[in-house]
Each structure stands twice: as structure tokens, then as C-alpha cells.
Design a protein around this ligand. Structure first.
Ligand SMILES: [Fe+2]
Length: 540
């Protein structure tokens, strides 16, 4: 049976499962080249299906998340359409897909977030917390921006919304006022490192309140959404303002308090061994590390696409496991991330010819050797190979790589290549076996979802990888992955034990196709491009 998951809200996305196995997951922004793009995705769906060797006529069932909300329809043609009343209530409808009438299940927003977090953990039992910004308006009587659910024997046992709790809206509001962009929570998190404890109490008084529902009386962040146009400190409209960093610092602190309160109460209520996290707030690496350090759960799992870009996967996995009784397959960390489109050598050669660049084909050993040596010489390499990443982070298939031992290289990446704010940190990658070289806070971080305190040794040796508060958003990799092989070579031959990894893009979504890669490479001062882990292209 082939299932198509599809979601048209911001970060519109779709995915394909065959007999419970994930074949591919995609986000519209990578193809349309518009960040966080929403709406109709049908043209792109057909192209990616065909690339997987599947005809649209082979789709048996569709799962969606936001079919019931105006403006977020992915472009489905409904034969029958129903609305759900509660956040744990899925509905079955009928759609017309390429001329055939087929079943379509719609799954509420937070249930999809929770399902994605739980099923990608490969656990049989877990409690799940989902938290995002602004909430879910897609049910008729149940506004939800935070939820708790319990999963047992691979199925949903119960799901409850948490009232009077909206951590993400605080980030949304202040991202919008300080950066003029509601999606700039990552920048605000980076700015928090520059701040001091000046407004923490002010923010705690303003927004910390007991939640309603089964986690009461845990205090978290009330719904601040209606204040969007008139937040406290509304005159602070630039990150350069003297109070901006202290505001960001306070928002991070109250977020940590709120998240820890909710997690402790969730453990008290469920006694679960594993906590899975979903929703956009789960991108907060500081909070994720605090939750891991609490050690009340044996495992805190944060998958890579916790934002709305993972909703279609959650919807499919919920319906397959809970409604159709078809168990989805366990999934490795690698397969969870690298499940976008792969472009073959012919497509790469076509792009090379189109842009008239000179490319030297090299074998695997030579390309690893040359990349590691040039990185160690202080060069910036665009590394492009295999299937594109799903989720907001480039994790080694569409990455810009550099050597963090060069103190000035962060400025070069931020100012000359990415054209972004100078305070923005750049993440380090270390081998899994060397995690303690970088930090003692966590053991494993394959999806770059933790911001950790770095060790003295790491700070001394890798100044460009350490943020102003001594932290780093660490990624751990296996030695046999592409960037793992580069680090192994550096360790043996040039002395480096870490890489800098930032997404391969410049004011656009992460590059998707070989053409996107060459175009971006030519536009900004990147020294070399390694295309498909094979073609070595030097800047003329
Ligand atoms: Fe969400």
C-alpha cells in the first residue's frame, strides 16, 4: 500500500510511505525557493513521486493535517470534507486524486507533531510533549499550542491539550519585533547568548502562569498571542538596540523554566522512561539540553523535523499505526534525515555544462583527502552529496564546511558568504566517539538539536565554533558518513578534530538541485564546490 502525506500550511511538505517504509519526505521551500512556502504543492508532489518511480495513480490513501483551514490547503480536490471538533479526533474523507476517488484522513496539527516525534523515536512506549507558536486553529472548538500524549505498544493511549500555555508565541512575537520576521526564533536564540539577567523577572511576571489541564499546577508561558502588535518593549525593533540581547536572554530563561516545569510534571503523571518532543519550540537547543541534563527520563528524543515541515509524516504514521493497523517500519537516524531527492551524475554534469564551470572528477579517497586538506588550509568548501536533508538543518549533504581552528572564519562565513548578523554562531561537528572532546552535557546529537556547554580544550582549539556564552550547537556524526570521513582524515593528517557546518545557501532555502548548488557557489566567495561527493570545482 502506498500512502501520500501532504500538508499545505507554512513549511508545506509531503512524504511517501510504501508498506510502512518511508521512501521520501520533501518541503515545498526547497523547490519553490521561497522560505517557509505554503499552499498548493501538487506540481512538486508529482515530480518527486515520479523520481521515486511511483505514478500518482498508484497512491492508495492520502493523509493530511490542515485540510480544514482556509489558506493552508495543499491543493487537494475534496469529494467530501469534514471538520474535526477535538485535537485528538481524526476524520476520514474522500478526495479526487488524478481522476480517482480515494480515502483521505485528516489528522489534527498537534496529534501529527506528537505522532512524528513518537514513531521516529522507534520506542514502543513514551510520553510526548508538543509545543509551538500561536496554536492550532484547525479544530472547531479546541485551540491548542501545547499537548501531552502517552503512547503504549506502538499506539496512542491518550492525548490531551494543555490550556493557557503557548511558549512559541513569545518567540514569534519578539522575533517579529526585533528581526521583523516571525520565523526568526533561531536568530533570537543566538542573540540570547549576548544578554544578561536584566529582564528575566519582568518576563516571568508578565507571562509565567499555571497551565490548565492535566499538567496543572506547572507554571509555563501563557498565551501571549493577542499581544502580538503591542508586546512589552515594543520600541525595541532591532537586534542592535541596547536592550535586545537582554530581552532574548530573558525569553530563553523563561522558556527553560516553562519547559522543565512541564517535563517534570509529565514524568510525574506518566512515569514514562522516554520523552519525545515535537512542535517548533523543540528546535530550542538550550531547552533540549536542559531537559536531557535533568536525567528524569532515560531518553529525551528530538527528531530533525519537529517544525511544521514534519507534519505530513506524523499524519501518515498516525493513521497507519492507529487506524489502519499497519505498523510503520523502524527508521535509522540517517534515513530519517536524508530522505529528500537524490540527483544523479548525469544531472550534475548537465548543471556543470549549463554554468560552464570546470569540474574534475575524483575518486572517493581523493575527494575526501583534498577536501580535508583545503579545509585545514582555511578554505570554505561547499559539500553536496546524496539525498537532501529533511528539516531545517543541513547535516552534511548540503553543507558549507570550514575549519573552526581559524578564529576569523566565522566572520567570513557570516559576513561575506551568508550575509547575516555577525553574532550568529556556526555549529561544530565532531565524531560520535569524540563527543566528550566537545561537551559533557550530552552523549549524542545527530540532528544538531542541542546547544551545549563546551569543554576548555574544545574552546581553546576551535575558537570559531564556540558562541559568545561558551556554548555550541553540536552535531555528532559516524566516522563512515561523508563529513565523518573528512574529520577522520583531518585527525590523522592535519590535526583538526572538528568541522564547522552551516547550511549551503545564501538568503534562500538550502540548495536542492545541482543547479542551485552551482548558482550559489558562483554568487558568493566559497572556495571549492564538491558536487555529488565526486566532482571537484574550483572558483576561477
Ligand atoms: Fe506546529
Amino acid at each position: 500500500m502506498i500512502s501520500l502525506g501532504i500538508c499545505g500550511g507554512h513549511d508545506a511538505n509531503w512524504c511517501v510511505f510504501k508498506d510502512g517504509k518511508l521512501l521520501g519526505a520533501f518541503e515545498k521551500e526547497r523547490f519553490s525557493r521561497i522560505r517557509h512556502d505554503s499552499g498548493n504543492v501538487m506540481d512538486y508532489v508529482e515530480k518527486t513521486l515520479r523520481k521515486l518511480g511511483i505514478s500518482p495513480n498508484e497512491i492508495d490513501v492520502i493523509m493530511t493535517t490542515e485540510a480544514n483551514f482556509k489558506g493552508t490547503d495543499p491543493g487537494l480536490e475534496y469529494v467530501s470534507k469534514k471538520v474535526y471538533d477535538e485535537p485528538n479526533e481524526w476524520v476520514e474523507m474522500k478526495v479526487k486524486f488524478y481522476g480517482r476517488e480515494i480515502p483521505c484522513f485528516s489528522v489534527p496539527h498537534h496529534l501529527s507533531h506528537a505522532s512524528y516525534a513518537f514513531y521516529t523515536s522507534n520506542e514502543e512506549e513514551s510520553v510526548t510533549l508538543t509545543w509551538d507558536g500561536g496554536g492550532d486553529f484547525y479544530t472547531t472548538n479546541a485551540y491548542t499550542s501545547t499537548s501531552i500524549s502517552y503512547w503504549e505498544n506502538n499506539k496512542l493511549k491518550w492525548f490531551k491539550k494543555i490550556g493557557n500555555c503557548d511558549i512559541g508565541s513569545l518567540w514569534h512575537i519578539y522575533s517579529k519585533s526585533i528581526f521583523q520576521n516571525p520565523f526568526a526564533a533561531g536568530k533570537l536564540m543566538g542573540l540570547a547568548a549576548l544578554g544578561e539577567n536584566k529582564f528575566v523577572e519582568t518576563f516571568a511576571d508578565y507571562c509565567m502562569r499555571p497551565v490548565r489541564g492535566c499538567l496543572n499546577p506547572a507554571k509555563a508561558i501563557k498565551n501571549c498571542w493577542p499581544d502580538e502588535d503591542m508586546p512589552m518593549f515594543s520600541t525595541v525593533n532591532s537586534w542592535r538596540h541596547k536592550d535586545a540581547a537582554d530581552i532574548a536572554y530573558a525569553i530563553q530563561k523563561v522558556t527553560n523554566y516553562a519547559g522543565i516545569n512541564l517535563a517534570k510534571k509529565a514524568y510525574e503523571v506518566t512515569k514514562a522512561k522516554t520523552l519525545c518532543l515535537g512542535g517548533g519550540v523543540a528546535l530550542n537547543g538550550y531547552l533540549n539540553t536542559e531537559l536531557a541534563k535533568l536525567k528524569i527520563f532515560d531518553r529525551v528524543f528530538v527528531p530533525p523535523s519537529v517544525h511544521d515541515g514534519g507534519l505530513s509524516l506524523g499524519a501518515v504514521m498516525f493513521i497507519l499505526n492507529n487506524v489502519l493497523n499497519l505498523k510503520t517500519c523502524k527508521i535509522s537516524d540517517q534515513d530519517l534525515v536524508f530522505n529528500g531527492t537524490e540527483y544523479n551524475d548525469e544531472e550534475c554534469i548537465g548543471a556543470i555544462q549549463k554554468y560552464g564551470v570546470k569540474a574534475e572528477p575524483l575518486n572517493r579517497f581523493s575527494i575526501i583527502q583534498r577536501t580535508a586538506e583545503e579545509i585545514s588550509n582555511g578554505k570554505v568548501i561547499a559539500w553536496y552529496e546524496g539525498k537532501s536533508e529533511h528539516g531545517p538543518r543541513a547535516l552534511g549533504h548540503r553543507s558549507l564546511l570550514a575549519d573552526p581552528r581559524y578564529p576569523k572564519i566565522k566572520e567570513r562565513l557570516n559576513n561575506e558568504i551568508k550575509f547575516r548578523e555577525p553574532f550568529r554562531p556556526i555549529a561544530p561537528v565532531v565524531l560520535e566517539k569524540d563527543v566528550h572532546y566537545c561537551t559533557r552535557d550530552i552523549e549524542y546529537s545527530p540532528f544538531m538539536m542541542h546547544i551545549v556547554e563546551t569543554t576548555d580544550e574544545f574552546r581553546d582549539e576551535n575558537p570559531a565554533a564556540v558562541h559568545l556564552d561558551g556554548t555550541a550547537r553540536i552535531q555528532t556524526v559516524a566516522g563512515n558518513s561523508g563529513i565523518g570521513e573528512i574529520i577522520e582524515y583531518m585527525k590523522e593528517n592535519t590535526g583538526g578534530k572538528a568541522l564547522l557546518n552551516t547550511s549551503f545557501n545564501c538568503n534562500e532555502p538550502i540548495v536542492e538541485t545541482p543547479e542551485n548548488a552551482i548558482k550559489t557557489f558562483l554568487e558568493v566567495p566559497i572556495d571549492y564546490l564538491c558536487l555529488n561527493g565526486k566532482f571537484w570545482i574550483k572558483k576561477e
